[in-house]
Write a protein that binds this ligand. Structure first.
Ligand SMILES: Nc1ncnc2c1ncn2[C@@H]1O[C@H](COP(=O)(O)OP(=O)(O)O)[C@@H](O)[C@H]1O
Ligand SMILES: [Mg+2]
Length: 461
């Protein structure tokens, strides 16, 4: 048996209970000091003890009261001087380390977050919207500003928000936060508590220190952003309730939210003025086409270029996809491509597809592109519609398709080349409108059993 006897005195309750606060740690050290004095029959002067462990007397009192956490080295010295058994030493050292990363603990000086996704290459137009966003930044309101950017899928909300955020990021020295709220997709949108976890992580909170409830997380988030100048970009919000807990309180912060819905409750509750994003102007859409195809091809057939962007309903996503199709088919004239799109529209009219976010023109542009894909790529595209999140890893795609990883990379790169998928950090991303369309194709062209087994493979069941 250990003769140092720093074990609980007379079965003293609490002595072996878990230590969860610095007050409890202080009480435990005091108890060990008392046990030492009893054992040796000598009283220990605080002055001498402090000197022995290399701290001031007031620091020692703070440790005993539990108002300060001793460093690992100091605690170790203290327990050595008090001749504490190895077992108790381990227990106290572990408790101390646990307290250091207790709820709300943030490293002293975490680097400012820089989470903006890359800006869109070949961005065109939107001068009015960019000017409007800049003007709101100058509003001397003294309150935090929120700008919802609202509009249909594929109209360029994210592209605009990210483009603007890159232009003004110098005005936000405390960093830029970005989170995809996954408002639209086959799975439920991200809950505020989950989004807060990502945001707090970006602000330097260790995952084991995260408070558990939504309210506590939101409180810590506001605390960390208080007095800061941070830009917060909340992409793809489904509803106001998803956004409200993610609003910082600080006047120096600026929030941009993108959504397909009008976020009317948020607008009513906060006085935020939404910026409604329409399709590209005709000349902007032609500029986008020109940027991708090169000026010569557009100049050679200006009327066909006009027709082509009209067939894409001036929706940037559709224009990009059609332009890509034209790129991979350099021998075909733009007039021929416009004609093919027009035929596709008629074909779809005959099929009487459902009409929601996807207008017949846009659906025609998408369907025309997907139908031109090699079979295996088209199948992969449809199955990607069943993927839960917007970020898609190669491994998940391989599982969905029931193919090996190398082959999946080839298929995914093919889709990215046709602009039907975007490359993203660590994998790929399927923009909302494309996923809607992929899902629609999967529902129409794959059997229920095929869809279910693809999802089972992805979930590893
Ligand atoms: N102003 C623009 N200039 C160039 N490309 C754009 C522009 N707006 C959008 N795009 C492209 O169109 C596609 C859809 O845009 P995105 O911002 O993802 O739409 P949303 O967020 O509204 O669904 C993307 O490929 C994007 O790069
Ligand atoms: Mg978007």
């Amino acid at each position: 048996m250990d003769d140092r006897s720093d074990a609980p005195l007379g079965g003293e309750p609490g002595a072996s209970r878990a230590i969860t606060t610095s007050g409890e740690l202080g009480a435990e050290i005091s108890r060990l000091l008392f046990a030492y004095e009893r054992r040796t029959g000598r009283s220990v002067g605080k002055e001498r003890l402090a000197a022995a462990i290399g701290v001031t007397r007031s620091s020692l009192y703070a440790y005993l009261k539990g108002t300060t956490l001793p460093s690992t080295v100091v605690l170790d010295r203290l327990l050595t001087v008090l001749d504490v058994s190895p077992c108790s030493r381990r227990r106290l050292a572990t408790a101390r380390d646990g307290l250091e990363v207790g709820p709300g603990t943030v490293p002293a000086d975490p680097p400012p977050p820089r989470q903006l996704p890359g800006a869109v290459a070949g961005f065109v137009g939107r001068a009015r919207e960019l000017a409007e966003l800049n003007a709101r930044l100058r509003d001397p309101g003294g309150a935090m500003t929120i700008t919802p950017i609202v509009g249909t899928a594929g109209v360029g909300k994210t592209a605009l928000a990210v483009r603007w955020a890159h232009q003004v990021c110098g005005r936000f020295p405390d960093g830029q936060l970005y989170v995809d709220l996954r408002g639209y997709g086959p799975v439920r949108p991200r809950r505020p508590a989950e989004a807060l976890e990502l945001l707090l992580c970006a602000l330097g909170v260790a995952s084991r220190s995260l408070p558990s409830g939504e309210d506590a997380r939101a409180g810590l988030y506001r605390t960390l952003l208080a007095g800061r100048r941070t830009l917060v970009l909340l992409d793809n919000a489904a509803a106001s309730e998803q956004v409200r807990p993610l609003l910082p309180g600080s006047a120096g912060c600026h929030v941009v939210v993108t959504s397909r819905s009008g976020l009317s409750a948020l607008v009513a509750g906060t006085g935020a003025r939404p910026l409604t994003l329409g399709r590209l102007r005709h000349d902007e859409a032609v500029d986008l086409l020109r940027g991708i195809l090169g000026p010569a091809r557009v100049e050679r057939e200006p009327a066909a270029a006009d027709e082509l962007v009209r067939r894409c309903a001036h929706l940037p996503l559709a224009v990009r996809i059609a332009a890509q199709r034209a790129c991979t088919d350099p021998s075909t004239s733009l007039a021929g491509l416009a004609e093919a799109l027009s035929c596709e529209r008629h074909r779809l009219d005959r099929l009487a597809t459902p009409d929601d976010d996807l207008t017949t023109d846009v659906r025609a542009a998408l369907s025309w592109s997907v139908r031109s894909l090699p079979r295996a790529q088209a199948r992969m595209f449809r199955l990607l519609g069943l993927h839960a999140g917007r970020q898609i890893s190669v491994r998940a795609a391989a599982a969905l398709g029931g193919v090996d990883v190398q082959y999946a990379v080839r298929l995914l790169d093919g889709l990215a080349g046709a602009h039907l998928l975007e490359r993203a950090r660590g994998g790929y991303r399927l923009p909302g409108l494309l996923r809607d369309y992929a899902l629609e194709c999967a529902a129409r062209e794959e059997t229920e059993e095929t869809r279910a087994s693809a999802v089972r493979r992805m979930l590893g069941r």
